[in-house]
Write a protein that binds this ligand. Structure first.
Ligand SMILES: [Zn+2]
Length: 231
């Protein structure tokens, strides 16, 4: 009942296991299908995946069948771990690998909901350590986490920076955190004692003011900076 055309040796092996199991115990209670690795019940149908990138070529593995809690978890952990260190080495693989890891999370959740396996013809596979506790995951995830944090920090900093830059309109006040002619302008309230310059339109400038760098202008309008208190 498990052998389909093209299933190959694995399919024939599974079918044999199935026959053995049925010879021993008959069909599982309620027509439930037993684990194809150890013959235990209960088992659930699942598709597990692994991906391997090899620069220009790549290979995806798939294992489909009924698995009990222990065998399913064991296979899911092994295939996910393999993917975590073998998966990244290619351009397309770089995108396929995280998808593969995510696709294994569905079966993982279903295995966890199963009761402890019983009645198998051999002991179930040892689930082993969870994926995140295995060396390949630490090897790959630690630099990736650091990279994500650095990128995240960079993007956040850039976004915050962007908020304070490009916001000056004619009439607004700023102070220069740098030394002229460098500009590191910070918008400040005109009533504040920190305010040093008031931005003005070019037609209101007399010609001896500093020209504000365009990147600070809210409307990409050229503005000059009048020293406050100079009129
Ligand atoms: Zn099993």
């Amino acid at each position: 009942m498990f052998t389909q055309p093209g299933d190959g040796a694995q399919g024939r092996y599974d079918a044999n296991v199935q026959h053995l199991y049925q010879a021993h115990t008959g069909v599982g209670p309620g027509g439930a299908v037993p684990c194809q690795v150890c013959g235990s019940l209960p088992a659930v149908h699942a598709v597990l995946r692994a991906h391997q990138g090899m620069f220009l070529i790549m290979r995806s593995r798939k294992r489909e069948g009924f698995f009990c809690r222990s065998c399913g978890t064991s296979l899911q952990r092994q295939m996910t771990t393999d993917t975590l260190w073998q998966g990244w080495w290619g351009v397309m693989s770089f995108f396929i690998t995280p998808v593969t890891v995510l696709l294994n999370l569905g079966p993982r959740a279903r295995f966890r909901r199963l009761a402890e396996p019983y009645g198998g013809w051999r002991p179930p596979l040892d689930p082993g350590r969870r994926v995140l506790a295995r060396p390949p995951a630490l090897l790959i995830l630690t630099p990736m986490t650091v990279l994500a944090l650095v990128l995240g920090y960079g993007i956040t900093a850039a976004a915050l920076d962007d908020g304070s830059v490009a916001s000056v309109r004619a009439g607004d006040c700023v102070r220069n955190l740098s030394t002229w002619p460098d500009q590191d302008l910070q918008p400040v309230d005109c009533a504040s004692h920190l305010a040093e310059y008031r931005a003005a339109r070019l037609e209101d400038c007399e010609g001896d003011e500093y020209l504000m760098r365009l990147e600070y202008a809210a409307d990409a309008e050229a503005l000059c900076l009048k020293l406050l208190g100079s009129g």
